[in-house]
Design a binder for this molecule. Sequence first.
Ligand code: DGL
Length: 270
Amino acid sequence: MYLDPRQAIGVFDSGVGGLTVAHAIKQILPDERLIYFGDTAHLPYGDKSKDSIIRYSKEIGRFFVEKKCKIILIACNSASAVAYEEMSREFEGQAMVLNVIDPVVSYLRNNYEEGKVGIIGTKATINSETYETRIQKECTGLVPVSLATPLFVPMIEEGFIFDNISNAIIRAYLSNPSLTNIDALILACTHYPIIKNQISKFFSFNVEILDSAKIVAEELKIILKEKHLLNPEPKGKNEFYVSDFTDHFEKIAKMFFEEKINLKKVNLWK
Ligand code: DGL
C-alpha cells in the first residue's frame, strides 16, 4: 500500500476522550496534521453492543479514507477492544489502522516484570477481557485485575471534572477492594486522562497511573519513522468533526488545542 507522508492522521473516539490522544500527538509530533472525529451522536460506546461499535467505527473509517488519511487511529479503548481486527481487514491497502491497546501492553511488558496491575475502563472494554487476556499471555509476571467504571465517561462529557460530584464518584469506584495493593493502574479509556490527577491523588500518588495518550503518541512516532511516513512539511490545519453538537465538546477541545476550533457536524449515518 502506498501512503503519502503528507496525508493526515485520522483520530476518532465516541466523544472528547480521543482528544487526550490527539493532544499528546500534537505535543510529540507537531508537524502532523490531524483530522478528529468525535462520534457524539452514539456516545457512550462503552454501553453499546460489539456489532454497533463495529458499525460506527467502520463508517468513521470510511470518512477518513475519503479524506485520504494515511493512518486511522482508533483513539477509543472500547472500539480498539472489539473492532480493531474488523477495521484492519476492512481498510487493508487503504490506510494503516492502529489501536490504543497494543502500545500499553508493550509498555507493561518492557517496564514491569512482576506485580499487580489494575485496569479500569468501560463495560465494553472490561467485558471483552482484551487487556486481561493479553497481559496474562504477554506479561507473565503480572496479575491483572479489572473493574468497569461506566459513570466516568458521562461524568466527564457533562463537565464534572474537578468538583465534589466527580470526587465522590472516583472515590466510590476506586475504593473497590479488588484494586487494593496495585502497583500500576491502566486508564483503559481515553476519557480518563482528563481526571488522571484526581485518580493519582486517590492512590496518594503511590501508584503509576498509565496514561495511554502519551504511550500511544510515542509509539505512533516510532511507527511513522519506521514506515517513512513522518510529514516532511510543516503541518496544515487540524480539522474537528462531531456527529452531534454537545455543550462541552468545543470547550474541552479548545482547552486541549489552544487554537481556534472550527467544529463541523457531519452525519455519516443518513
Ligand atoms: N473513550 C472511549 C474509550 O476509550 C469511549 C468511552 C465511551 O464512549 O463509553 O473507551
